[in-house]
Design a protein. Structure first.
Length: 68
């Protein structure tokens, strides 16, 4: 495991600076607002019902197909 971490650290050490800056670009820092907007969209489109129905049907199928 130590060998892999050494290899990765050597690889990251030689990366150009421009590549590491790309991962740090933040366009909208309002994380809680984004989560709330996504959750409201999830509820309004009815996907929450599809999730719950899928969980119930999956649970039933799992119990019907399990042995023991």
């Amino acid at each position: 495991m130590s060998h892999y971490s050494d290899s990765i650290s050597q690889l990251l050490w030689h990366l150009p600076v421009n590549l590491t800056v790309l991962a740090q670009t933040i366009t909208d820092p309002d994380l809680m607002g984004q989560i709330q907007k996504s959750w409201n969209h999830f509820i309004q489109t009815g996907q929450v019902w599809a999730l719950l129905i899928g969980l119930v049907i999956g649970y039933i199928i799992r119990n019907l197909t399990s042995y023991g």
